[in-house]
Every structure is written in C-alpha cells, then in structure tokens.
Design a protein around this ligand. Sequence first.
Ligand code: TXA
Ligand code: MG
Length: 315
Amino acid sequence: MSTVIQPDADGLRRAVEILRADSVVAFPTETVYGLGAHAFSEKAVAEIYRLKNRPTWNPLIVHVADVAAARELTDEWPDRADELAARFWPGPLTLVVRRAAHLPGIGASDDTVAVRVPAHPVALDLLRASGLPLAAPSANRSEGISPTTAGHVVRSLPDVPLVLDGGTCSWGIESTVLDVTGDVPRLLRPGALGLRILRDASGTIALPESETADGVARPSPGMSRRHYAPRARAILCKDVRDVDRSGLAEPIATLVYEGSDGTEVLSADPREYAADLYAALHRLDDAGVATILVQEPPQTEDWLAVRDRLSRAAA
Ligand code: TXA
Ligand code: MG
C-alpha cells in the first residue's frame, strides 16, 4: 500500500532517498500526477513500466529543473526549442529533440527524447533536491484515466511506495507534445497548452493527421486509440437525451457541459472543462456507473485536447 505524504522538507528527503535508490515516487505536476524515476537508470525505468503495465514501445517524458538541464539531454538544441522554452517553461509543453549520443533510450524511443520543465513547486523542488532528470509518465495504469489528485494515484497504482500530495493539479490534462527535430514543429499530442498560443509563438504547426516533408507524419507512439479510458463504457453523442438506452448496460450516467442537464455538468469553457474532466470520470467509475453518455464538445480548435481525450476514452 502506498504512503501519501506532505511535500515538506521531510517528505522531499524521503522521496529523494527512494529516487536515488532507483525506485519510483509519484509527484504532482501542474498537468497531472507523474510516476517519477531516475530517467537514465535502467532499473528505475523498468519499475515504471512494470507498475503501470505500460508497453515498452511507449517512451517516457523526461522532467528537468531548467533549460540548462534540458540541453544536456541533446547535442542539438534547436533555436526553436530555445524560443519555446523561454516562453513556456516551466509549463505544460513537452519538446521532442534529438537524444544525446551518450544517453540510453527510454523505452523503445528512436533517437529522440521528450523533455519538459514542469510548473509545479513540488515537482521543481523534487527535481532540484534529487539533482536527477526524472522520467515521469502519468501515474496511472496504462490506458486508464490520468490522476489529478493523490487519491487517484493510490487507487490506480496501490503498489507505488510513496506519493507526494500536492493537492489538485491545476491544468488537469497532460502537456502538449511538440516535435521540434524538423523544420516545421509537429504536434504529437494535443494538450494543456493550446494550439493558438503555440502558433503565435512559433508560426506553422504540423498537425498529427497531416503529411509532412519527409513523408508520413510520425505520431506520438503513445497515441494508441484506446487510452484515458474509464472502466465504464463511454459513448460520445451530439445530444445525450436522444440516445436509445435500450441495450446499454446500467447504471447509465451522463457527462455534459453547462447548458444541459446531466449527472456531471462541466464548464462550457475548454480550459475549465479539461481541468475537471478526469476527476469527473474517476467519480463516475467510483460510483459504479456502467455506461457514460458524453455530450460531444464543440468542433473548434480550443477543444482539440478535450476532444482527443474523449474520443480515446470512448474508443
Ligand atoms: O503532462 C504530462 O505530460 C504528464 C506529466 C506527468 O508530466 N506526463 C505524461 O506522460 O503525460 P505520458 O507518459 O503519459 O505521455 C507521454 C507522451 C506519450 O504520448 C509518449 O508517446 C510521448 O509523450 N513521447 C515520449 N517520448 C517521446 C519521444 N521520444 N518521441 C515522441 N513521443 C514521445
Ligand atoms: Mg499517460
């Protein structure tokens, strides 16, 4: 059973001890809770994959304390990475760059590494106190719903030895993953940082579906279709009232946004909706719901990350 502790001086000291012993610690970030371990310890990284039951072909994001530490992971730090990091780090943007020749791959990654500086004081304290680059996927079983509270972590991964409790994550949805190894930055995973603000900073962004100069777009290896899924069956629908419920497993719940009636009513603002989405799915699972009818969000770019997660939850 996991121990959940406050991230005070004593809590951090215990966490650092565990990380230095090549084991894992769950910690809060501004997006979701991460399951952290020394990124370049084979033993520590293997423990992450084992606990999450994560397929090894899916590589992990490395979290570092600052840009200088990010640059140490690569021999080729593009100007664009520098500009984006200056503007958005610490924050919910993950950059994929070429991995330095002396570093081992993390999972079955190609010659790249994904890196970000998280904007949560506890994550930054842990990175600084340990002095380690920390590989950290979301702290949930593979394919499950990402955790936005310490309680979610414990329920999904009861065998994690230590969880630092930093309260509720403010963004509540994972970071945006952007590949900056080519001429045009490529979106690998829509996330907390919106496309509009990224384009303002960086110009054109190639989207996952689009063809690129070097042929077919290479999607993020983690973007398997079913992901972020509740135990209940989730069904996307234009209007939850129109759905024929005969033949659907009961109990049935509805997840809608403001303006409609439902079991869970989330904000009509995409950022606020995203912040509450995983907690709402966790609540419905905990209540033993068998079917969730989910009102489709608007087809606009501001809803891209939410629509991505909902379509995977429903896959
Ligand atoms: O907000 C987040 O990003 C959270 C917090 C804990 O930082 N982490 C997270 O990690 O969501 P994870 O492992 O659940 O998702 C990492 C994503 C996956 O889609 C993975 O395939 C992709 O990043 N990724 C990691 N390394 C990559 C690489 N070298 N090239 C392409 N995609 C990569
Ligand atoms: Mg995840």
